[in-house]
Design a protein around this ligand. Structure first.
Ligand code: ATP
Ligand code: MG
Length: 590
């Protein structure tokens, strides 16, 4: 559901399901406001009608009881209104936050590529908070203010029309001034929120990269950077507060002038006996309740501008199209053969130059295709097309004879297992990390056999809590190679039809690599595999090796074929064998 452009309508929609409760809150506040006016009118009745008629004790009791009842109604309902408003505002914002989180998770890779995490955090936290304040304080305050104004203004008009009109002469001016500030504050608050997003980004990046910062001893630089951004936020915050502090006194002066003027006029009329003393007393009580709302209306309008800006900031994210992962083709028995054909495929990120050009190859079910090439040649980009992380821009990819972009992305991602180049582990137990991708109960045996296959079982058992060991924030307690192997186990347990291994053995030693390679070779049997590796040893057995350079396939063939021809492959091979030979002789020479 697209959030409406009109901000008030959008905010109204957020209230869905709680509108009745909210309405009740407004009705309560209305009755409470009316009771407050009733107070003044009761006073007038007492002064004008009861006092002159030589009252008896029972009259006083009646009057006192009346005041008490009114006080209870006013206070009780104001309280009830606050409770109802708080309840609905907490609930709607909790729901909105959940919805926003879910939505963010469903946005495409391309969206996340260009949207900084800190910005999204700000939108999920402080912008949602501004919306909460709108419902719990501002909207209900607005209802209260309008009610107070309407009831008291009408009451004064009924008492005396001229008096009524004199009490509001300055109001158009006050509204105008408030509107001016509303516009200014909107602009400044938006800049302020943007700066807050920048600041959270700086913080987030720093926390994620804390090791790099320390390793390069860049703390002073990072501190200065943070202080600079923080200073900018301070300046913008100051501007915002300056706006508020200019607005409050100016509206107060106008309101004060109006009050003095109204009271003065009323007093003159009472002296000239145009109105009774009781009416004057009632009027003196009520004019405050006309001016007070107007003064607060200004404040509210100005405060509301923050909610409006925040609504826009949240709605912009919500307007982003979700990745339609559920729609699309799913084979009848939900099975894949794993026959993959790239047919003159080209791809570029956003508006950038092509990263892959004219890629064609075929992978029969169960075959292993290896991708080799220098860094930045497009290997990761190529494999990312298969689970539809990104959409290819030209050519065709066929999976079991059906064009890839027809498939449901969810289905593909369940059937395709990826070991990413930089695997990410969650701050949960190792067990939870391994079973992350399976949507069913798994037995300990299954988990262990996956871990064994990934050559990580023994290492896990050596941890104090075994499989229940918590992985630290971003997997700090595990070494790079261990993390990678947990990621391999996580993929294996999914039992995917198509396996994608991105450089998954680069951060392990030669011995472990051999163990993993052995395990993987077993696992690759019967699965279509795309394997990216830097070491020729890892790809020797592949059915087809593609050598990539700047997004083009420059060589293709089996190991034997490629070794026999002049080219990049043979050069890499020669280089790697020489390095290994030298290493070996160095070790044996010692
Ligand atoms: N998300 C992205 N948005 C824009 N450009 C990208 C993105 N990811 C990669 N690129 C660019 O695409 C090109 C190919 O990158 P890719 O990650 O596919 O290389 P690679 O062959 O996997 O390299 P490596 O061996 O270092 O992993 C690079 O020039 C890179 O700058
Ligand atoms: Mg890569």
């Amino acid at each position: 559901m697209e959030p409406p452009r009109n901000r008030l309508r959008g905010l109204f929609r957020i209230l869905t399901g709680y509108r009745l409760v909210y309405l009740l809150a407004i009705v309560s506040i209305a009755i409470s406001s009316a009771a407050r006016t009733g107070y003044s009118l009761w006073l007038r009745y007492f002064v004008d009608d009861v006092l002159p008629a030589s009252p008896v004790t029972s009259d006083f009791i009646r009057i006192a009881a009346g005041f008490i009842v009114l006080a209870f109604v006013q206070g009780g309902l104001a309280f009830a209104s606050q409770v109802l408003a708080t309840r609905s505002s907490e609930n709607v914002t909790r729901r909105l936050r959940n919805y926003l989180f879910d939505h963010i998770q469903r946005l495409s890779f391309s969206y996340h590529d260009q949207m900084p995490g800190g910005d999204l955090i700000t939108r999920c936290s402080s912008d949602i908070e501004a919306i909460r304040r709108f419902f719990s304080e501002q909207a209900i305050g607005l209802g209260r203010i309008l009610m107070l104004f309407a009831i008291n203004f009408t009451a004064i008009l009924v008492l005396n029309v001229r008096l009524g009109l004199y009490s509001v002469v300055a109001i158009p001016l006050i509204v105008l001034v408030s509107y001016f500030f509303f516009k200014r504050v909107s602009v400044i608050y938006e800049a302020y929120q943007e700066q807050e997003a920048t600041l959270s980004n700086t913080l987030l990046e720093n926390l994620s990269g804390v090791r790099v910062v320390k390793a390069f001893a860049r703390q002073p630089f990072e501190r200065e950077k943070f202080e600079r951004e923080n200073w900018k936020k301070y300046l913008r915050g100051k501007k915002l507060l300056t706006m508020f502090s200019l607005f409050w006194p100016s509206s107060d002066i106008l309101c004060g002038a109006q009050l003095v003027f109204g009271l003065g006029i009323g007093a003159m009329m009472a002296i000239r006996q145009e109105i009774s003393v009781g009416t004057y007393l009632a009027y003196a009580g009520m004019i405050r309740l006309v001016i007070w709302p107007i003064r607060n209306l200004g404040r509210l309008i100005v405060n509301m501008s923050t909610a409006m800006v925040s609504y826009d900031r949240v709605a912009t994210v919500l307007r982003e199209a979700r990745e339609p992962i559920d729609v699309g083709y799913v084979p009848e028995d939900a099975k894949l053969e794993g026959h993959l054909v790239f047919d003159h495929v080209s791809f570029h990120y956003g508006e950038a130059a092509p990263v892959l050009s004219d890629i064609s190859f075929e992978c029969q079910p169960g075959q292993a295709i290896a991708l080799l090439g220098s860094t930045g040649s497009g290997k990761t980009s190529l494999v990312n097309l298969v689970p539809r992380f990104y959409e290819y821009t030209e050519g065709k990819i066929l999976l079991d004879g059906v064009e890839l972009n027809q498939y449901s992305a969810k289905f593909l991602r369940r059937k395709i297992g990826i070991v990413e180049q930089e695997p990410f582990l969650f701050s949960r137990t190792i067990r939870e990390n391994i079973t992350y991708g399976v949507h069913r109960e798994v037995s300990q045996e299954e988990i262990e056999s996956a871990a064994r296959a990934a050559a990580i079982h023994d290492a896990i058992l050596s941890f104090p809590e075994g499989y229940n060991t918590l992985v630290g924030e971003r997997g700090v307690t595990l070494s790079g190679g261990q993390k990678q192997r947990v990621a391999i186990a996580r993929t294996l347990i999914k039992d995917p039809r198509i396996l994608i291994l991105d450089d998954s053995t680069s951060s392990v030693d030669t011995e472990t690599e051999a163990a993993i390679r052995f395990a993987l070779e077993l696992l690759m049997q019967g699965r279509s595999t795309l394997i990216i590796a830097h070491r020729i040893q890892s790809v020797e057995n592949a059915d087809l090796i593609l050598v990539l350079d700047e997004g083009h396939i420059v060589q293709r063939g089996t190991h034997a074929e490629l070794i026999a021809q002049e080219g990049l492959y043979r050069r890499i091979y020669a280089l790697q064998t020489r390095i290994e030979y030298e290493l070996e002789s160095e070790i044996t020479g010692v």
